[in-house]
Design a binder for this molecule. Sequence first.
Ligand SMILES: Nc1ncnc2c1ncn2[C@@H]1O[C@H](COP(=O)(O)OP(=O)(O)O)[C@@H](O)[C@H]1O
Ligand SMILES: [Mg+2]
Length: 355
Amino acid sequence: MSSIPVTVVIGSAGRRLYLIDWFRQAFDTLGVDGRVVVTENDKTSSSATYGDICRILPSYGDSAYESALLDLIADLEPLLFISVNDYELLHLHVTTDLADRMRQSGVLVPGVSAEWQRGCADKLQMAKMLTAIGVRTAPTVAGGDSAGLSALMAGSDDVVVKHRFGSGSSGLAIVPAEKAAEAVSESLLSAPTTTGGPPSPDDVVVQPRLSGVEHGIDIVGALRAPGELAGVLARRKMRMRAGETDKAVSVDPAPFTANSALIAEASGLTGLIDVDMFLDENGLSTVIDINPRFGGGYPFVHLAGADVPLYCLAQALGRDVGQEWASYEPGVVSAKYESVRVTARESASLPDSAQ
Ligand SMILES: Nc1ncnc2c1ncn2[C@@H]1O[C@H](COP(=O)(O)OP(=O)(O)O)[C@@H](O)[C@H]1O
Ligand SMILES: [Mg+2]
């Protein structure tokens, strides 16, 4: 019998200290001896010393990352590995087969198929994938597609220009349709590319500006049954800050469940993904963005009563906790706030003359 505590790894935990707390609470609720391992690239980040164990990993592009990660898995034998960083997720699921290799050694690594993982990073591709499975999404054209752009401009008052491979609202501009080409030229100056070369207009996408009200949705899939929808959690965004939801109110997820089931099934979802959807006056929802991880909007449903860490741990342990984890009170308004903690002490480094 192994005496290793139940171990959860949160990759690139960054500023998400609340996730560490909520996994710890889930251990308590389930009455198990557990520990949260944080991996970080920066040993003085706010989360690095907040978990039970911290492992400093090389950055994903570094050839030493793979062996450091596999050593961690061998040493700590986690039951569950989640990452909250899009670039790390791409590296694990798409660029390499590390997610599958962790799975082969018995670790649950929730996520979506490699194809969907790739789509989540590419807003043009994602629009095609969503359309192909019958999920409404904003019509999306590449900035270099002049015929597509003209057609889109002719049919819209305002358009949204944003980085095709962006996140956190990068390169975002909302302009009158006739200013679209200008906004593309401006946005591409800072656009990330996949080739590493200079950005081109195709590294920017253009969409009509959607009407309706923006919501953040967590789609949760069963951890051991890919594609099976386990829960849908929703909040109406009230304020954004630095590309993240800053204030939101929990709402009934019913208008979003049909899209959620289609996405879960097509993507082979296990665990949680964070999805932006607009809800129009006819009750129709349109998807604009998918982040295949715990996103900055999850706290707004957790504080209203949902508990995805508990569900994930229970699934990992083969325990039945019913559906209570997916129910929450609608109408709960929550807002983020600043906090700060000491993360290290530098050794005395005053020059001799100053002592
Ligand atoms: N087509 C659109 N219509 C209206 N608002 C949009 C549209 N596309 C993006 N936005 C706004 O810009 C924000 C960022 O865009 P999004 O597609 O979610 O990219 P990311 O979050 O990856 O930067 C959204 O949260 C939304 O507020
Ligand atoms: Mg988004």
